[in-house]
Design a protein around this ligand. Structure first.
Ligand SMILES: [Zn+2]
Length: 349
């Protein structure tokens, strides 16, 4: 497996068995900041690739001990060894010093090698918005297609009015793509980038129009770092009500506004930061697909920690989980049902 810190990955595999990788290939993005007193500190914007093992301290069986690819490797300027970047998302086991010491002991050969400066981190890719990726050349909005077009038919089959989805979300169709290896003729869903200056289309995802399992369900614009975006961020209103975090664009359509999609069931550091900024002071409701219950709990914990530990603006607003049974997701519910669930969830807290 291509990872950024092979010696750490190997040491963990030897000690813990199976190791899963999250944000594979994503570099740590950090800068050195000189404080008034002359002290230099490393400010981490995005932690990048993590290795996940079953936490030995709480008998976890669901890969909830996360260890960053830089863990144990000294920073050249500050000497910091990123010990903060190992965390148990089950019972926060590494908050206890004896567990931190034990983890280091279990990978002691790796730790000594890294401490001596002999572990080289591979460069990795930088997750950032990059340059905008234009919509396919033959893109047409749903409202510009014939009434009987399969793209309109697909949207209708999911319980939406095509012209409304076209107008509200800018959704359309492309025959030619580029969708290399992903078949032709897809629903094209624009993704916006939201900054202080407003929102503009920055890329897209394209969904297949049928349930042909041989073709990927979603295809992302080539070169777009989807983990740097929150789908639907442009329709977060100025209100004080909850903001929902889902997996896919179609879930977001169901909520109509104040909902974003992670474009997957993991949340990247950039998405955490973006959410903390766009939803300051508002409840966050995590509503991933029913199958992704473990992943949903990790998303909740990461958002809570980020809100609590923010030095610039700590945010005490709640982060709640809206569970779905396996096989169901927000897109399967009616808008009214989601409103009802949301009201109940907020009342019980
Ligand atoms: Zn644990």
């Amino acid at each position: 497996m291509n990872v950024l810190n092979p010696p750490l990955f190997e040491a963990l595999t030897r000690e813990f068995g199976e190791v899963r990788v999250t944000d594979q290939g994503a570099a740590m993005i950090a800068r050195h900041v000189r404080y008034p007193g002359g002290q230099v500190r490393l400010e981490v914007g995005s932690a990048g690739e993590y290795y996940r093992v079953c936490c030995a301290f709480c008998n976890d069986t669901r890969f909830r001990l996360w260890i960053n690819h830089r863990w144990g490797v000294p920073d050249p300027k500050t000497g910091s060894r990123h010990r903060w970047a190992a965390i148990c998302y089950n019972e926060n086991c590494l908050a206890r010093e004896e567990n931190r010491v034990e983890l280091i002991r279990r990978v002691s050969w790796y730790d000594r090698t890294a401490g001596a400066g002999r572990v080289k981190i591979l460069p990795g890719r930088v997750t950032e918005p990059g340059t905008p990726k234009p919509l396919p050349r033959d893109f047409l909005r749903l409202s510009e297609l014939d009434k009987g077009h399969p793209a309109r038919g697909y949207v209708r089959s999911r319980g939406f009015v095509p012209d409304l989805i076209s107008q509200r979300w800018g959704v359309g169709y492309s025959e030619a793509g580029p969708f290399p290896g992903a078949g032709i003729g897809r629903l094209v869903i624009p993704i916006h980038r939201v900054t202080e200056d407003g929102a503009r289309v920055w890329g897209w995802q394209a969904r297949r129009l049928n349930e042909n399992e041989h073709l990927p369900k979603y295809f992302t614009a080539p070169g777009l770092q989807k983990t740097a975006f929150l789908y639907g961020a442009e329709r977060i209103t100025d209100g004080t009500g909850p903001v929902v975090v889902c997996e896919g664009p179609i879930d977001v359509w169901r909520f109509e506004r104040d909902a974003v999609a992670l474009l997957g069931n993991h949340i990247s550091d950039s998405q955490v930061r973006l959410l903390c900024r766009l939803a300051t002071g508002r409840p966050l409701v995590v509503a991933l697909d029913g199958e992704a219950r473990d992943e949903a709990e990790v998303v909740v914990t990461r958002l809570r920690r980020a809100r609590e530990s923010s030095i610039l603006r700590p945010d005490p607003s709640p982060v709640l989980l809206m569970p779905f049974p396996a096989g169901r997701d927000p897109a399967d519910c009616s808008h009214e049902e989601l409103k009802r669930r949301m009201r109940r969830l907020l009342q019980t807290t």
